[in-house]
Ligand binder design. Structure first.
Ligand code: XIL
Length: 354
């Protein structure tokens, strides 16, 4: 009882001592909290459960997590109506124990779906029913524990057309509004996002996504935010000012904005200059977010070079994240640290008036 009064609960006493990890102080999460930013990372749940160092540095530096994979359809509903939330529950439990928010990712996408969705028996009616049940079950399972959901992921193609996938081929664009409606009914407290890449600069795709979300908002859809992925090649495919401008255009139709999946891939072994250029990109994106009243969320796609999708997906590339494979902060981590501690940049010219 005395222990409980001191706030030392049984769970706290039995948890094993944290393994030593390289220190970064002040921590990114403490600076972000003081700044009103949720500072997050995508999490590989096997690393989280299998590597105490990974878990410790994550809990020390970040106050938001998103599952890199385990909330995707192929994992959560591998057979029709058979749900498996065990890995996702483990992540949500870790987040709760460490005072972190959770971004749910994702509910409707063209990739990482179970094979049963593409069987010939899946008529348009069957697909619509499967989508409604999936969203209702998954969002309902986590109700009250997810602050933001990526409801619709990458639905627009690079040329601005609706992506031709299992959903649009059967249902046209109608599934998008329905998905947001079903997600909102299952958890009215979560902010519902459309998430995509290639919308951080003006162009046909950014214009099409803006038009889509503008229409949904006008129709009263509960879509509440837009996520900017930012999987960058380096050097020089990122224009920080352009990102701020795009965030302002989405904010003008009432949407929250967020950096949701940032990484900056390099060619290992990266020389010091490349690591410094990467730091400039991370800091630039952070400052764009901080300059926008609509942006309170900054998430990288992983946090340590130990665990990243980059080497597997972009052969010859790696070292894409703020911490190295020894969990040591890289120049990008220090740039994020000083960015979070520094004064807030002004909104870009013109943005405030939109
Ligand atoms: C990636 C994961 O990082 C990989 O492990 C997986 O094999 C494929 O998906 N856009 C997204 C993310 O919205 O879900 C993707 O994650 C990366 C691109």
């Amino acid at each position: 009882m005395v222990l409980a009064a001191l706030g030392l609960t049984g769970a706290g006493l039995t948890r094993p001592a944290s393994p030593a990890v390289p220190v970064l102080v002040p921590t990114l999460r403490s600076l972000a909290a003081a700044d009103g930013i949720s500072f997050g990372a995508a999490v590989d749940v096997s690393a989280l459960l299998g590597d105490p160092g990974y878990a410790t540095q994550l809990g020390a530096q970040y106050d938001m997590v998103t599952p890199e994979n385990v909330m995707k359809w192929m994992y959560t509903e591998p057979r029709p109506g058979v749900y498996d939330f065990r890995a996702a529950d483990a992540l949500v439990g870790f987040a709760r124990a460490h005072g972190m928010k959770v971004r749910g990712h994702n509910l409707v996408w063209f990739e990482q779906n179970p094979v049963w969705l593409t069987r010939p028996t899946m008529t348009p009616g069957a697909l619509a029913g499967a989508l409604r049940r999936h969203i209702t079950a998954e969002v309902g399972h986590f109700r009250g524990r997810i602050s933001q959901w990526d409801v619709v992921n990458e639905a627009v193609d690079d040329d601005g057309a609706l992506r031709r996938d299992v959903w649009s081929s059967a249902l046209g664009s109608t599934y998008i509004a329905e998905a947001f409606r079903w997600a909102h009914a299952a958890d009215p407290g979560a902010v519902l996002f459309y998430n995509d890449y290639g919308i951080d600069k003006p162009g046909p795709k950014a214009d099409a996504v803006l038009a889509l979300l503008t229409r949904l908002r006008r129709e009263g859809s509960p879509v509440g935010g837009v996520g900017f992925e930012l999987h960058l090649g380096s050097p020089a495919d990122f224009d920080a000012g352009a990102l701020a401008g795009m965030m302002a255009r989405f904010a003008a139709v009432g949407l929250a904005t967020a950096v949701t999946e940032m990484d900056v891939r390099l060619k290992p072994p990266a020389p010091a200059g490349a690591l410094d250029a990467q730091a400039v990109d991370f800091a630039g994106a952070l400052q764009d977010c901080r300059a926008q009243p609509s942006c309170h969320t900054f998430v990288s796609w992983g946090y340590t070079d130990l665990d990243s999708w980059i080497p597997g997906t972009f052969p010859g590339f790696g070292q894409a994240l703020p911490f190295d494979a020894g969990l040591r902060p890289k120049p990008a981590a220090y740039a994020l640290q000083s960015g979070l501690a520094g004064p807030r940049p002004r909104p870009p010219t013109g943005a405030a008036r939109r």
